[in-house]
Design a protein around this ligand. Structure first.
Ligand code: IDP
Ligand code: MG
Length: 138
């Protein structure tokens, strides 16, 4: 049993894709055990993406992630980290499998609609960044 952090990024919220993303999660029987909408500050986005702070795209990414509200969710289930990554598709939408969220909706390598944790350790850190245990119904 695993948990992972999912984010519908500002482009996804702006373009009316909240329902589409949630529909795909539910179709895969991925359980949502926490959910909220927030608008991050630049500092909060920099903290969340701290692992990427040396990357050339860090400043643009943190500007993008603060450009509007996001929907943050905790997903729970067996192998949910990999299963959700599979639903998302590759970081670069041009390389994403057809039928994945990013292949279907991303418009740019940065504006790729969704975030998902990549490993149990990062999932634990990312979930804690947004949610207290009291806010998770699992
Ligand atoms: P991931 O979201 O698939 O885990 P990461 O490599 O962790 O991909 O990168 C985090 C986010 O940074 C990506 O989802 C994307 O929004 C952005 N990003 C990644 N690589 C690039 C790039 O080469 N140019 C611009 N933005 C990028
Ligand atoms: Mg990542």
């Amino acid at each position: 049993m695993e948990r992972t952090l999912s984010i519908i990024k500002p482009d996804g919220v702006r373009r009316g894709l909240i329902g589409e993303v949630i529909k795909r999660l539910e179709a895969e029987e991925i359980k949502i055990v926490a959910m909220k909408m927030i608008h991050m500050t630049k500092k909060e986005a920099q903290g969340f993406y701290a692992v990427h702070k040396e990357k050339p795209f860090f400043d643009s990414l943190t500007d993008f992630m603060t450009s509007g509200p996001i929907v943050v969710m905790v997903l729970q289930g067996e192998d949910v980290i990999a299963r959700y990554r599979k639903l998302m598709g590759a970081t670069n939408y041009k390389e994403a499998e057809p039928g994945t969220i990013r292949a279907d909706f991303a418009t740019d390598i940065e504006k790729n609609v969704v975030h998902g944790s990549d490993a149990p350790e990062t999932a634990a850190i990312e979930i804690k960044y947004f949610f207290s245990e009291l806010e998770i119904v699992g």
